[in-house]
Design a protein around this ligand. Structure first.
Ligand code: HEM
Length: 405
């Protein structure tokens, strides 16, 4: 027999419930068999099977385009614009977009950029290597993804700075005080769109070996992306692909700073990089959760969620579940690959489109850093970004390491 969610007596877990250890304490304190809880936006799930259950159920729609609305923003020009993105598209529209763009994001396309990723990372390490000291965020994680996204799109080196400024303004869309920054975000989006349109026009007349050319050429059964859709995809790549990668790199390295034996091992055995990336994303993911809303009345596990209900999906909680990941609270890059994937890239139809690129970026960065920053340790406390369902990572991370490598 089914019950309306609102009629259930459920535990309450805040959305921003602290550190992994604090969340583990909250999870273990839940009555046996608890899979659903209440929070500020409605409900939440935190077990692996329910995270996948919700994310793979097409009746639950992405709430990424509705987060500004949830934050109380009512400006229609702003809201309408965010809804057009692949990140929030649903149904046939989403299927069509994914089918057209997915081939351009395959692992081989990401592999083309690996030598360039190493060049960028070496260029960031060079100025700090002699000193053996750095703010890992300002010196390494912040600048790392922009040149790669530029190279991916085919934007020239002379535009890196412009692109970096526009991307930081566009990324203010994730800030807690978005209401005050709407004009800044929209004007950066306008400028970026204009820039992208020019880049598209150039690629149309002179194709190159880059993502933009692949997206322009992408065609299926006579269908192609329009110029507006190409512009939207570039925006989605910036919104989805810069801050995530930065913060994941920061989270991973903060973790290695606490596990010096694993850092030394990675330097010695760079072939462990793919396992190191999956294990650090499982253990300490930069995207800790995501949000869905019910597009119609949904019955799930005998509970009825009326249309419009919001539900948070605890990716980080699921990544620490004992019956899915053996010894989940032990970080070890030599553990055999688990049978089920870690969930920091999400699951289902919105599964991260840039996962191959992000994996390549992290797999190239981590062993290189381990080799060139031996004996890495923290040189003061890490300042963390505010906790929430958004992207999490260090804001400042002073480090020290053996110089001269
Ligand atoms: C470590 C880095 C990254 C992490 C942790 C990450 C995480 C995620 C997650 C969790 C989702 C699904 C969100 C949801 O279901 O609500 C997602 C979607 C997406 N990601 Fe990533 N991402 C990363 C890097 C990238 C990169 C490098 C790109 C682009 C080149 C990218 C582009 C996208 C796009 C376009 C989507 C939307 C896909 C869709 O809705 O169909 N991401 N990402």
């Amino acid at each position: 027999m089914s019950t309306l969610a609102a009629d259930l007596d459920l535990p309450e877990i805040p959305l921003d419930a602290g550190t992994f250890e604090e969340r583990r304490a909250l999870r273990t304190a839940l009555p046996d068999g608890t899979w659903l809880f209440r929070n500020l936006i409605g409900y939440g799930v935190l077990r692996y099977e329910d995270a996948i259950g919700v994310l793979r159920d097409k009746r639950w729609h992405s709430a990424s385009g509705r987060i500004p609305e949830l934050m109380g923003i009512t400006r229609q020009d702003f809201l309408g614009r965010q809804r057009g993105s692949i990140l929030s598209a649903e149904g046939d529209e989403h299927v069509r977009l994914r089918r057209l763009v997915a081939p351009a994001f395959n692992p081989r396309a990401a592999d083309r950029l690996r030598p360039f990723m190493r060049e960028v990372m070496n260029g960031l390490i060079d100025p700090v290597a002699a000193n053996g000291r750095a703010d890992f965020v300002a010196d390494v994680t912040e600048p790392y993804p922009i040149p790669i996204i530029c190279e991916l799109l085919g934007a020239p080196r002379s535009d890196w700075q412009l692109f970096s400024r526009l991307a930081s303004d566009v990324l203010e869309i994730f800030s807690a005080d978005l209401a005050d920054k709407i004009d800044l975000v929209m004007s950066a989006q306008d400028e970026l769109d204009e820039y992208t349109r020019q880049l598209i026009a150039e690629r149309r007349s002179k194709p190159a070996d880059d993502l933009l050319t692949d997206l322009i050429a992408a065609e299926e059964a006579g269908d192609k992306l329009s110029t507006d859709e190409l512009v939207m995809m570039v925006n989605a790549v910036i919104v989805g692909g810069t801050d995530t990668t930065r913060n994941q790199l920061g989270c991973a390295v903060s973790l290695f700073a606490e596990h010096p034996d694993q850092w030394a091992l990675l330097a010695e055995r760079p072939e462990l990089a793919p396992r190191a990336v999956e294990e650090s994303m499982r253990f300490f993911g930069a995207v800790r959760g995501t949000v869905r809303y019910a597009s119609c009345d949904i019955e799930y596990r005998d509970v009825v969620f009326p249309a419009g209900t919001f539900i948070s999906v605890g990716l980080a909680d699921a990544n620490r579940q004992e019956d899915v990941f053996p010894e989940p609270d032990r970080f070890d890059i030599t553990k055999p690959a688990p049978e089920q994937p870690q969930l920091t890239f999400g699951s289902g139809i919105h599964y991260c489109l840039g996962a191959s690129l992000a994996r390549a970026e992290l797999q190239e960065a981590l062993p290189l850093l381990a080799q060139r920053m031996p004996n890495l340790r923290l040189d003061g406390p890490v300042q963390w970004k505010p906790e929430g369902v958004g992207i999490f990572g260090p804001a400042e991370m002073p480090i020290t390491f053996d110089p001269g490598h």
